[in-house]
Design a protein around this ligand. Sequence first.
Ligand code: 13P
Length: 276
Amino acid sequence: MALSGLKTLLEEARRQNRAVGAFNVASAEMILGCVEAAEETSAPIILQAAEARLSAVPLEVLGPAMLGAARAARVPVAVQLDHGKTEKVIRMALDMGFTSVMFDGSDLPMEENIAMTRYFADMAHARGACAEGEIGSLGAGEGGEKGAPACTDPEEAALFAARTGVDALAVAIGNAHGIYAGAPDFRFDILAGITARCGVPLVLHGGTGAGEERFRRCIRGGIRKINIATAVFMADAKARAAVGGADYFAMSRAAREAVRRTAEDHIRVFGIGKEC
Ligand code: 13P
């Protein structure tokens, strides 16, 4: 049984100066491809589903498949609700046995974000699960919704981490969900400021397209969890399109293999139980 807690995985990553890949999934092929990549590299991973994406497959269906794959895996796999927005879905994920939940209050005023994140972090901890919070704005949500980007303020991040009790903190340093229009401009100075003030492991959302060098600099700067969604979805979709025709099982095999390769490529850059 390899279902694991987020905190344990991130603490181990910190000791080994690497990051854990957190892959968003929306189908059985994506779940299996990511777990195969983790087993192939002997690296722990996090399987995630974002609340905004549950219109494709509801949590009641997707969640048990994620948990089943994690329990059967030969490597540690944490299962997390990504960008939780509503109490109903956050409670459902915890009831199911997800090992962590993220409450995303990054669009709320600071005090409200702190209060809500504290509420959900306490709820998760009471059930033996972990919690992730977010401060700063990425400019675009995981479901594609738009907002104004704003980098995380290091002082506010320290206050937020201390007052919410989160186990992982998502930060905004020029990262964004989806496809970057040009080369992303990551503010490594801001990341250094946050790391200097916060003891909590930091999370980079918007991993797709950030590139190997930025990943390495982020890890050296204190990022311990890197979220990859778009690259997983694109790998699956492109592989199915390349197969074409009407043979569902040929498409399914191709999609699973493409997701495995994509996840494995990222895991190798994030580091596998050694200095990165
Ligand atoms: P990408 O879609 O840019 O990989 O971002 C994923 C993410 O941050 C999920 O929370």
